[in-house]
Design a protein around this ligand. Structure first.
Ligand SMILES: *Cc1c(COP(=O)(O)O)cnc(C)c1O
Length: 350
């Protein structure tokens, strides 16, 4: 029999935490090279745990509590490339639950420190492909609950509205010159955010298209084109947070209007370039997103169209000082980013 008093209190703890929280900013970029075209970044780096995964972690805990999967003392286990684990460790601590993150050994050091800061433990595996089986095994052995963001992200979030990220974006756009964006651009890790945005757009009847950008070593784009759900990659994505070696159940291809492959070097070059626009560093997946947004802006400009494009600032670059912001690491792991930087400079030259 479930201890319903504990569950009730746990749910009200999360709701109280939500009540104490503020919404994230929508930043407008100023790019004179694109007259009549506005670009916006929804800044998810300002959540208490530093990324858009704060929203997901809250939803996954509520989903697990309301389903009776999480009870007093339940050990929470998650497979993650880091961001989700940081946010879940925060909520596990809020509820006094033990938390274990199963992550690839190459995960950013800063994220590992943050998981441990919130009292979580890290369990490392060789490669991104091994996190799922290792998580299931741990959950069995410890009689814990495997949160499984890759399966539940799309359904734990209320896509109809209820102040989800899409609802927030469209409300914040309401006083802009082109309040209904021509495009929203997002990358996919779980695919949960693109699913929420895509469904919301349809549900509200907006004339907005959704572009999903995909890094190298990810199967999402091939899956979107050919719908072969058995696709597997052997190498993990180098852009932390996005690109998966298998087709994740939370990636919903039919709500995506278009997809674009973004070279890893272009993602890193764009992330670094964004610092010149924002005055602060962003993570590499934000570079992937912005690369896609810049391509759309250039296309709209060439076609003489005006309109707005919204994309996401997923997390801060402070987490990646020893990787994407370390020239030696970039040269060894990503390659020469200078040609991509020149391409961006050309795109935004007036
Ligand atoms: C998870 C994540 C994404 C992708 O979001 P999903 O909703 O999981 O598809 C992008 N960037 C970062 C840094 C992430 O952690």
């Amino acid at each position: 029999m479930m201890n319903s008093t504990w569950v009730k209190n746990a749910i009200s703890e999360i709701n109280a935490d939500y009540q104490r929280s503020a919404d994230t900013h929508l930043i407008r970029l100023s790019l004179p090279a694109f007259p009549g075209i506005q670009l916006y970044l929804k800044d998810e780096s300002t959540h208490p745990t530093g990324s858009l995964k704060h929203r997901l972690a809250r939803s996954l805990f509520l989903y697990g509590l309301c389903n009776g999967w999480i009870q007093e003392g339940t050990t929470i286990i998650e497979s993650s490339s880091g961001s989700t684990a940081v946010s879940e460790a925060y909520f596990a601590r809020l509820l006094g639950l033990p938390f274990i993150a199963v992550m690839p050994a190459c995960t950013a050091k800063r994220k590992i420190e943050q998981i441990e800061f919130y009292g979580g433990r890290c369990h490392f595996v060789e490669s991104a492909c091994e996190i799922y089986a290792a998580s299931e095994k741990l959950a069995r052995e410890l009689n814990g609950h495997y949160m499984d963001q890759f399966t539940y992200a799309e359904r734990a979030t209320d896509w109809r509205g209820n102040n989800n990220i899409a609802d927030s974006i469209f409300r914040q756009m309401s006083h802009e010159p082109n309040p209904v964006p021509s495009w929203v651009v997002m990358s996919a890790g779980t695919g949960g955010t693109s699913a929420t945005i895509g469904r919301y757009i349809r549900c509200q009847g907006y004339n907005t298209q959704l572009l999903v950008v995909d890094p190298e070593n990810s199967v999402f784009l091939d899956y979107w084109q050919h719908r072969d759900a058995s696709l597997r990659g052997s190498v993990g994505s180098k852009i932390e947070g996005i690109g998966r070696p298998r087709v994740e159940p939370s990636f919903i291809p039919d709500v995506v209007d278009d997809m674009l492959r973004v070279p890893d070097a272009a993602s890193v070059a764009t992330a670094q370039w964004l610092e010149t626009q924002l005055g602060r560093k962003v993570g590499a997946s934000t570079g992937t997103n912005m690369w896609g947004a810049l391509q759309l802006a250039a296309q709209m400009r060439a076609e003489g169209k005006s309109g707005s494009i919204v994309t996401l600032l997923c997390d801060s670059g402070e987490r990646y000082l020893d990787t994407y912001y370390n020239a030696q690491w970039v040269a060894n792991n990503i390659g020469d980013i200078a040609p991509w930087r020149r391409e961006i400079e050309q795109l935004i030259a007036q």
